[in-house]
Design a protein around this ligand. Structure first.
Ligand code: ZN
Ligand code: ZN
Length: 436
């Protein structure tokens, strides 16, 4: 018998946690933060109590078989190794709402992720960008190559999302085949990869789908006849090329730093336009970990230092270098360094906000950020793309897979995802269990 339990992340965007349990094993996916708005940056978690605090906040879940003994005891669940079953976790991609909790589990829990996700995860660890600590037992899996734990066989199937290494999964037990989309899109560099995911998952007994883009307004997905959007990673790349060729001063970009393929492509067109791409040390490290031949420089903040193991041989650029020849550079900058703009504002001709934080007005920093840009007199253009399939493609993917059962989640309005090609649609409540 195979039981699926839905712990969290059903009618919200974040914190999807589903457990697939058989006689011999339990597979959990994903392991990120839910209810993240309950966290307050003004109240730090207690050292050594992080897992407990997160569970009490409802950011992580109290489940059997993954926590260390003392934490599990306080939570009233079985610790790692105490369930009599092989427990493991699979992670679809490196977004905090899908992997943020990994620093809180017993270091021995096997955590599977794609090879690219593992490379990025290690780079995030090296740059101090992980929550709590880096998990030790991370196992890389190759796309389309099944692996088996106990009596559960898992295959990671690549999708296109705005982070490198993203995949969905097919999970097979003696009772059937489950597919999970993770997060995906059709407007990235590889729409063919997302299309191939649907082909490979055809005929699944149960499909679990994200539904981010149907979260906010009334959408009749059955009536959609085709994709609507025109802006894609390729049109953004053209835009970058045009700005690099035509702007007269410094160009600053505020991008999402785990979308390393975008920066990899930018590096090429920016160089062709005769400019030099300058990255902060975290972005530099992420790009260098994947693309060792990419040409870019690393920004050295005043009084700062750079420690980026993969990017250490790249040239250094300082604020004075940029002030002396602003039209020679494209500077990538994270929101946390935004005060640096006070020194650069006079030479900036355009600031491109392209998927970097703060992302939208749900983030309290967003209004502060735009006010700062206005006060500093900076010309800003919003040109973000996001990482989620538009409603037409959410339905189209279900149409192609034709699952016996569809479970939409990872959406404020999962009930809006419907298809004439799904046998039946189930909208579970938190804690519900389905038997396959
Ligand atoms: Zn997500
Ligand atoms: Zn995501």
């Amino acid at each position: 018998m195979t039981k699926l339990t839905f712990y969290s992340g059903l009618k919200e965007i974040g914190g999807t946690l589903v457990g697939v349990e058989t006689d011999r094993a339990v597979c959990f996916f994903d392991f990120g933060f839910s209810n993240a708005d309950r966290l307050d940056s003004k109240v730090p978690l207690r050292k050594g109590r992080e897992a407990f605090d997160y569970v009490k906040l409802g950011v992580l879940n109290a489940v059997d078989g993954i926590y260390e003994k003392d934490v599990a005891k306080k939570l009233g669940v079985a610790a790692y190794g105490e369930t009599g079953k092989e427990v493991f976790i699979i992670i679809s991609h490196m977004h905090i709402d899908h992997m943020g909790g990994l620093g809180c589990i017993d270091q021995r829990v096997p955590v599977y992720m794609s090879r690219d996700s593992k490379t990025l995860y290690s780079a995030m660890g090296a740059m101090g960008e992980l929550e709590v600590r880096e998990h030790e037992n991370v196992i890389a899996c190759d796309y389309d190559k099944p692996f088996t734990v106990g009596d559960i066989t898992v295959t990671s199937v690549q999708v296109d999302h705005d982070v490198i290494g993203a995949c969905g999964f097919q999970i097979e037990t003696g009772d059937g085949r489950i597919c999970y989309t993770g997060d995906y899109r059709y407007h990235g560099y590889h729409p063919d990869v997302s299309a191939a995911f649907a082909e490979k998952c055809k005929g699944a007994d149960l499909m679990i789908s994200e539904g981010v883009t149907i979260s906010h307004s009334d959408i009749d997905v059955l009536s959609l006849e085709g994709p609507m959007r025109e802006n894609t990673e390729l049109t953004l790349l053209d835009k970058m090329k045009d700005y690099a060729a035509s702007e007269e001063g410094l160009i600053v970009i505020n991008n999402y730093n785990r979308n390393v393929e975008r920066i990899h492509n930018f590096a090429r067109v920016i160089k062709e336009a005769g400019r030099e791409l300058v990255l902060d040390s975290i972005q530099a490290e992420y790009v260098a970990a994947f693309y060792e031949d990419d040409e870019f420089s690393v920004y050295l903040p005043e009084g700062g230092s750079i420690s980026a193991p993969h990017a250490k041989n790249h040239p250094i650029v300082t604020r004075n270098d940029i002030l002396a020849a602003p039209s020679h550079y494209v500077l990538q900058q994270d929101y946390k360094d935004v005060y640096e703009l006070f020194d650069l504002a006079s030479v900036i001709s355009i600031y491109l906000h392209m998927d970097g934080a703060p992302l939208g007005d749900y983030d309290p920093s967003y209004a502060k950020f735009y006010e700062l840009l206005e006060v500093a007199g900076i010309n800003v253009v919003r040109c973000g793309l996001g990482g989620h399939a538009e409603p037409y493609y959410l339905r189209h993917t279900v149409d192609v897979i034709e699952p016996k059962i569809l479970v939409p989640l990872h959406s404020f309005r999962p009930e809006q995802l419907v298809s004439e090609h799904a046998g039946k649609i189930i909208l579970p409540e938190i804690g519900d269990t389905i038997t396959l």
